[in-house]
Design a protein around this ligand. Structure first.
Ligand SMILES: *Cc1c(COP(=O)(O)O)cnc(C)c1O
Length: 395
């Protein structure tokens, strides 16, 4: 066996392969330049065109674009009328923003544990946490595989809750043949460069509810009731601030990039699926790792490719394996530290131990590089490095 790079051996590759990376081509650049030369840098026709194209793509009646996935989550919690004293059930296996948005509105996130096989929020655990104070469930389609939407919808309808789906990982995924974005009361997307398509920074809320869409449009513009187009049409200076909103507006420049990126979404997701397939084929044979299961009734759009170490078959822990893989120039990562383990949540008196499945998964998880521009060589390098490092530490 060749010497590990961490022990002074030659790394599997010479250049560092990141875990995710955006793709920008000439078409994207031209689209942005065109917007820069127009009369509208923000709140103009590109925003509307992007929203309409996005809604069509995900199968929702309405799509509202904002300036981050986090703003999309905040706007959704606001539109769901969640406030002081309310509770929202969510998963700890996510980026902090999925729970922070509840805190922004003065409500309390309650963490339900995840399923051992898919690492998505477990509907049975959600059911047990519903109280008089519960207003909504925020599910996350972890890694790109949709959560148990039907079961969650049933719990929501039985208890008068809204279902908010954080689909930052699952743009273009399907659940029982239906597009993500068409299923939940509110579905949020992120357009950060590491996600499926990017606007630099950006986010979208998809919904079939006109009232909520209108409220979100107002929320992203300080809570002001008429926009400047309407004011210009009516020839009036007058406007009214109705609710406490924010400036969550997304520029036309960014939406021009988003429109151009959307054209490539299908090809990129197909490429992600292809790479995931290659990983599955090689890595599922390795005895000391597990791969989260993919359920037959839904198709992931593969934002993340995860492996889970079988720690009792390895002589070192996850952190050492990560160091060794990074020394081989493979940019592995961890998604996620359970949200309530963060010091801010610990200071709010969240107790460690409440979601044992998520906590145990966290100790075993490694995210491998996965993005559409990866070459066959890159994919082979990742597989080679994983088998080199895991092979070395296997007992
Ligand atoms: C990326 C991400 C967000 C936040 O999106 P931003 O656009 O970075 O604000 C929220 N939830 C999940 C699960 C994410 O992966």
């Amino acid at each position: 066996m060749s010497t590990l790079a961490i022990h002074g051996g030659k790394p599997v590759r010479d250049t560092y392969l990141p875990y995710g990376h955006h793709s920008i081509d000439e078409q994207d650049k031209n689209s942005v330049i065109e917007a820069l030369s127009s009369d509208w840098l923000t709140t103009g026709p590109k925003v509307i065109e992007f929203e309409e194209t996005f809604a069509k793509k995900v199968g929702s009646k309405y799509a509202v674009a904002v300036n981050s996935g986090t703003a999309a989550l905040h706007a959704s919690v606001f539109a769901a009328d969640i406030g002081l004293g309310d509770e929202v059930i969510t998963t700890p296996m996510t980026f902090a923003a999925s729970a922070n948005c509840v805190l922004y509105q003065g409500a309390r996130p309650v963490f339900a544990d995840i399923r051992e096989d898919t690492l998505n929020i477990d509907p049975d655990k959600v059911k047990k946490l519903v109280t008089e104070k519960t207003k909504a469930i925020i599910a996350v389609d972890y890694g790109g595989q949709p959560a148990d939407i039907d079961e969650l919808k049933e719990i929501a309808s039985e208890n008068g809750l809204l279902l908010i789906e954080d689909a930052a990982h699952s743009l273009d995924a399907t659940y029982k043949g239906k597009s993500i974005g068409s299923l939940s009361d509110l579905t949020t997307f992120s357009l950060h460069p590491v996600k499926h398509i990017t606007t630099g920074e950006g986010g979208v809320i998809a919904t079939n509810d006109k009232k909520m869409a209108d409220r979100i449009r107002r929320f992203r513009n300080h809570g002001i009731s008429t926009d400047h187009h309407e004011r210009a049409e009516k020839g009036t200076f007058y406007y009214e601030m109705m609710e406490l909103g924010y400036n969550y507006r997304i520029p036309d420049i960014n939406c021009a990039l988003g429109l151009s990126q959307l054209k490539k979404l299908d090809t990129w997701v197909a490429r992600r699926r292809e790479i995931a397939g290659l990983y599955n084929k090689s890595l599922s044979k390795m005895p000391s790792i597990d791969i989260p299961s993919q359920l037959a009734d839904r198709e992931s759009s593969w934002h993340l490719y995860l492996i889970m170490l079988k720690l009792d078959m390895l002589s070192v822990g996850r952190n050492e394996i990560i160091k060794a893989l990074r020394a081989e120039n493979i940019g592995v990562n961890v998604h996620y530290i359970p949200v309530y383990w963060h010091p801010y949540y610990q200071n709010l008196d969240y107790k460690k131990g409440v979601c044992p499945v998520a906590e145990e998964a966290y100790e075993r998880l490694i995210t491998l590089p996965l993005f559409p521009a990866m070459t066959e060589r890159d994919t082979k390098d990742v597989i080679e490095a994983v088998s080199k490092v895991i092979g070395f530490y296997s007992v």
